[in-house]
Design a protein around this ligand. Structure first.
Ligand code: PBG
Length: 326
């Protein structure tokens, strides 16, 4: 007797496949990253990230308007200041690049969520994510500066602050500082399980944030560790994180899946610059079908458990979704 069960029955037509599809990407799942620089009229493409630009604030405002008109709910902003120093002072100045950009966007674009990346690597002259004392990253001094930075972002109008530095105790320091300044309703999206990854390569060119010496392995996580991610996430939730993030996404789908099943807070995943660059490069060479690979990747990140996906592909994905005839 031939088996009764023929799973292929449900794969026969696109309507049947759509009917039983377990995971779909919605444009509301996506957050688009943007790099803000000083000056006027500047829109400079990033070499290893075709389609992504460093933009001055006037161009960023236009870009945010077009992102919003596509139906994307939010952007995450990274600042490239003119001035870098050992303390990253532009990161917490009310006149800093991010603070100015946030005020400008808020005054011109209605109803867009602005998430700000809270970190020091783009602002320090040595390019590390923390303050250095005696040749070492000074964790406890750094978290005070990160807290000042988060408060200044909130004061400028940021809707969510997202610490990406991986210092211990920074979520609590930021929560306390926000609360004591009256920003009790500003959520923290914490880069909780952030790995020391080679996939950040193109970003460091984009944000001019490569460390001048050493690397980030003394604060970002070892890519070999899975259970440690759960400990990092648990600590951040205890300290007050509202949303937790796994980063990068694609090589860490197991971690996304674990975090989703162990915790009940929303889970974000960051589909990082190197993941974007690989697909763009393969597409340009004609070795892969860029859009199909893009959709497969973003679907896998959602299927693993991500509620929110930060991706440089956000605009391309929305285009593909809107062409879906079903
Ligand atoms: C800043 C930060 C980084 C990224 C996001 N925030 C770089 C890093 O840690 O070196 C990477 C994003 C990407 O690669 O797309 N700390």
């Amino acid at each position: 007797m031939f088996p009764i069960h023929r799973p292929k029955r449900l794969r026969k037509t696109e309507f049947l496949r759509a009917l039983i599809r377990e995971t779909s990407i919605n444009k509301r799942d996506l957050i688009y990253p943007l790099f803000v620089t000083t000056g006027h009229g500047i829109k400079k493409e990033i070499d290893a990230m075709p389609g992504c630009y460093q933009m001055s604030i006037d161009c960023i405002v236009e870009e945010v308007e077009s992102v919003r008109s596509l139906g994307i709910l939010g952007v995450i902003l990274f600042g490239i200041p003119d001035h870098k120093d050992p303390f990253g002072s532009d990161a917490y100045s009310d006149e800093g690049i991010i603070q100015t950009a946030v005020r400008e966007i808020k005054s011109k674009v209605k109803d867009i969520l602005i998430i700000t990346d809270v970190c020091l690597c783009e602002y320090t002259d040595h390019g590390h994510c923390g303050i250095i004392s005696n040749g070492m990253i000074d964790n406890d001094k750094t978290i005070q500066i990160l807290a000042m930075s988060a408060v200044s972002h909130a004061r400028a109008g940021a809707d969510i602050v997202a610490p990406s530095d991986m210092m211990d105790g920074r979520v609590k320091a930021i929560r306390n500082a926000l609360d004591s300044e009256g920003f009790i309703d500003i959520p923290i999206m914490s880069y909780s399980a952030k790995y020391a990854s080679a996939f950040y390569g193109p970003f460091r060119e984009a944000a001019k944030s490569a460390p001048m010496f050493g690397d980030r392995r003394s604060y970002q996580m070892d890519p070999s560790n899975r259970r440690e991610a759960l400990r990092e996430v648990a600590l951040d939730i205890e300290e007050g994180a509202d949303i937790v993030m796994v980063k990068p996404a694609l090589s860490y789908l197991d971690v996304i899946s674990d975090v989703k099943s162990y915790f009940s807070v929303p889970v974000a995943a960051y589909n990082v610059s190197g993941e974007y660059a690989m697909i763009k490069a393969g597409g340009r060479l004609g070795w892969i079908d860029e859009y199909r690979v893009m959709m497969e990747v973003v679907t896998s990140i959602k299927r693993a458990g991500a509620d929110i996906i930060i991706t440089y592909f956000a605009k391309d994905i929305v285009k593909v979704l809107s062409e879906d005839g079903i």
